[in-house]
Design a protein around this ligand. Sequence first.
Ligand SMILES: [Zn+2]
Length: 270
Amino acid sequence: MDSQIITTFAREMTSILKNIIPLLTFVLLAFAPAAPVWAGDAFTIVLDAGHGGKDPGALGKRGREKNINLDVTLAVGRLIEQNLKGVKVVYTRKTDVFVELNERAAIANRAKADLFVSIHTNALPGGKQGRGSETYTLGMHRAADNLDVAKRENEAIMLEKDYENRYEGFDPKSAESYIIFEFMQDKYMEQSVKLATLIQRQFRVAGRPDKGVHQAGFLVLRATSMPSCLVELGYITTANEENYLLSRQGIEQLANSIYQAIKKYKESIK
Ligand SMILES: [Zn+2]
């Protein structure tokens, strides 16, 4: 292009821009989202349905843990979305898919979530009977029972590709691996225990046997940077518990308990 054409081109562009800019400004202003009324009140919660896809979790006679976890998680999410204005729900999965443990925590961290709730179903080996719901926060408790629960839940990583490297040699089955949790400082411990306590209280209100608040070394909680807890809804390996966990009434009661606890937690931190 010679200089004459360039000058003409530049002049035309300037004139086009002059006409477009006021229009653009108008369009942007007209369609820009209004400033959120509850700006200081924005609250994001990540709901994590344990297991999924190739990882069924614990198995009952009829049910699979992954499906119970998902049913309850989606029901909790619906209750929040319908009733708690200004609360955003993020799910680590909404369908029957496999999600790696680290990725579940990463989803919560990326969402800058205020709360992370992982939902699971308990199991006991060798025909042992168990009844009730319990909630865990991250922490090391040397009780063998808690180590068993943590081991069972953490074993999900063994279905992940290259887990030995990605979890820095962590062996979910070896007690020694859990020593790392003893040196961990959880700065969200107080709030996590508060939420866990509220959840257990609501389970009691719904008539569930209260198995209490405990601590254990859960990988999925370790990598989250917000208050977090892991719920064990009930025992899929105990017949009448399994029936309850698979029933519409059971799913609704459990979901409502968790929802009520989240609601109370949010009110308490206002
Ligand atoms: Zn589980």
